[in-house]
Design a protein around this ligand. Structure first.
Ligand code: RUQ
Ligand code: CUA
Length: 637
């Protein structure tokens, strides 16, 4: 019986979207509403947006930056995938960062915080596919580090979540595997042989450099989403899971059997302390804590049903779980939770991990509708939950609740705003900080069906901007992005001051050149090293001579110190594409395999004579006499 109900729910989830696809228009708006909404999102020519919206780019591997309220896409920050527009993935440095992978699956961007407020320093993003985390520096909106694959962790979905002062990024594995990675076991022996892992990545407070600090071994549940504590829940982190059934096949059915799955309640400060006391055991180079042997670092709390999102409210007092297979969110009091832990109000344990008594800590279940996934907060006591099946955002009231509201929890629900369609994540500006900006909510919908001009079968994703400043939510505008924004972060534009030019004094590249006399081509054995200078509208030198079999190393410095004076270096038929921002030096290395004369040229329109910014790579056959001098360039040494 239970299975058939689960089947029905699963089908309802799959079909939920389809029910709505027939409706292409937004109903119920008058002309006056439309005018008002148009003005609310209108950013006139010459004016600027008030907020950045950092979208995760999903399996595009990128991060998209849009403006709020215009919702216009402004720039793409390449992270896990090559991006020819900025030359990312072609120069040696970014190639080395990307390692052996050409894609990633970015789900959850997290802005760095100091005292539970955005500090405008870094944006961290996860790669669900290859178990990595990347750091984007908000000083230049570029990726500066990719850490991973993280050892002993597989399917980095519950990631990345920053602690109150960005001491750690906390991440967890979604797909349990036999550990250490590389060990082979039969999935039929899943319960015995497979394990999950919660990992803590230490963040250097000065440089933002991440490194794997320690891990906590867990049973093979599928860890889903997390949230870190603050205020009364300071030092703690909370994960949701599905598949506490520990199924290894047909998860759609087999992992939806139980009415409640476990949330992991992790005391990351106690875990860090245990590591400092030497209680970790080495696994693949990482100290790992076994919670059966080190008590006090992790607890389980049953939560209905296959919970997806968990979100801590700005005060740190409330946890909201979205039980995707039940029509309500579950609100947990962190004060009661910590009391239950210190009083040992447990219902037994699972593999040595105490199970906290549900009734002792749950404040209530709020009837928000069907398919609740994620909840955000405006800092004014309101919560906003995305409803995947019902396709709407439900606004409701956080505790404390009156007796009347407790008796009839429907009274806690304040408003519903239809979305189009099947909302996954939503983001309220600053929701995960102690002081949200409020005002705007963006619903990130999984389906855009029929609401944009027909672009063939490959569809964009849709996002909707909702004004949450009043008692009733107002749909303001909608926008589209490439697949696929999962989550996003919103940052006030005035909270960061990115540089638009790299100052010459900061360029520490030993191969940088700033004047013609420093440029040139030198040969050492079979390596040809060219130091090239780019300036409006030419290269020095504009001829490079080499021969088949050589390794060619080219460093190009853009000596401009003016905004948007960007130069490129595209080399014909060699898959070389550098783009240098003002003051930047980039390097590529290739093995020369074919003779010929290969033009290179500037790819980024830079001046009236941009088209003339070009040169030649002359590759003679091995053994042919080198030319005495390279006209227009520098003599070969
Ligand atoms: S998940 S639609 Cu990858 Cu964040 Cu919830
Ligand atoms: Cu330099 Cu175009």
């Amino acid at each position: 019986m239970k299975t058939s109900i689960n089947r029905l729910l699963a089908i309802a989830i799959a079909a939920g979207a389809i029910t709505f696809t027939g409706c292409g228009k937004q109903s119920g708006t008058t002309k006056a509403d439309r005018t008002e909404n148009a003005l609310a999102s209108y950013v006139a020519p010459g004016e600027k947006d008030e907020y950045y919206l950092f979208y995760s780019g999903g399996h595009s591997g990128q991060v998209f930056v849009a403006g709020i309220p215009s919702m216009r896409h402004i720039v793409t920050i390449p992270v896990f995938a090559p991006y020819p527009a900025t030359g990312y993935g072609f120069d040696e440095e970014s190639k080395a960062m990307m390692g052996e992978y050409k894609w990633g699956d970015v789900h959850h961007p997290a802005l760095s915080q100091t005292q539970s407020k955005y500090d405008g320093r870094w944006l961290f993003v996860n790669d669900n596919a290859n178990n990595r985390v990347a750091r984007i520096d908000l000083r230049d909106f570029k990726t500066h580090q990719i850490l991973g694959p993280i050892p002993n962790s597989s399917g980095n979905h519950g990631s990345s979540f920053v602690t109150e002062n960005t001491e750690y990024l906390l991440v967890a594995s979604r797909f349990s595997v036999p550990l250490p990675k590389g060990r082979v076991a039969d999935p039929k022996d899943y319960e015995k042989e497979f394990n999950g892992m919660v990992s803590a990545l230490k963040v250097d407070p000065q440089t933002g450099e991440m490194k794997v600090a320690f891990q906590i071994l867990t049973p093979p549940f599928d860890w889903d989403l997390a949230s870190t504590g603050k205020g009364p829940s300071s030092g703690w982190a909370f994960w949701t899971s599905y598949n506490t059934e520990m199924a290894h096949d047909l998860l759609e059915v087999n992992s939806s059997q139980k009415d409640r799955d476990y949330s992991a309640i992790v005391n990351w400060k106690a875990a860090a302390q245990a590591i400092a006391e030497g209680k970790g055991q080495d696994m693949a180079g990482v100290p790992v804590l076994d919670p059966a042997k080190v008590p006090g670092i992790i607890y389980f709390l049953p939560i209905g049903k296959s919970p997806h999102g968990v979100d801590t409210d700005p005060s740190g007092k409330w946890l909201v779980y979205g039980g995707k297979l039940q029509p309500s969110t579950t609100v947990v009091s962190t004060e009661k939770l910590l009391a239950a832990i210190s009083n040992k109000t447990f219902d037994g344990d699972f593999r040595g991990i105490p199970i906290i008594k549900y009734e002792a800590v749950v404040e209530g279940e709020v009837p928000v509708g069907l398919g609740p996934l994620h909840t955000q907060f405006d800092g004014a006591g309101n919560a906003y939950t995305s409803m995947f099946i019902d396709s709407n955002i439900t606004k409701w009231k956080l505790p404390p609740w009156s007796d009347d509201e407790r008796k009839d929890p429907n009274k806690i629900v304040l408003d519903k705003m239809p979305t189009h369609f099947s909302t996954g994540h939503l983001v309220v500006a600053g929701s995960d900080t102690a002081n949200p900006y409020g005002k705007w909510c963006v619903a990130m919908n999984k389906l855009s069906a029929g609401r944009h001009v027909n672009v063939g079968p490959t569809q964009p994703e849709s996002s909707q901007l909702i004004d949450i400043s009043g008692a009733k939510m107002k749909m303001v505008t909608e926008a589209y992005t490439e697949p696929e924004p999962h989550f996003a972060q919103i940052l006030k534009v005035s909270d960061v001051q990115p540089t638009e030019v790299y100052p010459k004094a900061e360029n520490k590249d030993p191969s940088a050149v700033w004047e013609q006399a420093q440029t040139g081509v030198t040969r050492t054995g079979t390596t040809v090293d060219a130091k090239v200078l780019a300036i409006r509208s030419r290269y020095y030198p504009d001829r490079i001579d080499a021969q088949v079999g050589d390794e060619l190393v080219v460093h190009v410095t853009n000596v401009e110190q003016t905004r948007d004076m960007i130069h490129g270096f595209g080399l014909i038929e060699h898959d070389v594409n550098l783009v240098m921002d003002p003051g930047e030096t980039k390097t590529f290395k290739i093995k020369l395999t074919k003779p010929g004369v290969f033009p290179f040229y500037c790819t980024n329109f830079c001046s009236a004579l941009h088209q003339e910014m070009q040169g030649y790579l002359v590759v003679r056959n091995a053994g042919d006499a080198p030319p005495a001098a390279a006209p227009g360039g520098v003599a070969q040494k």
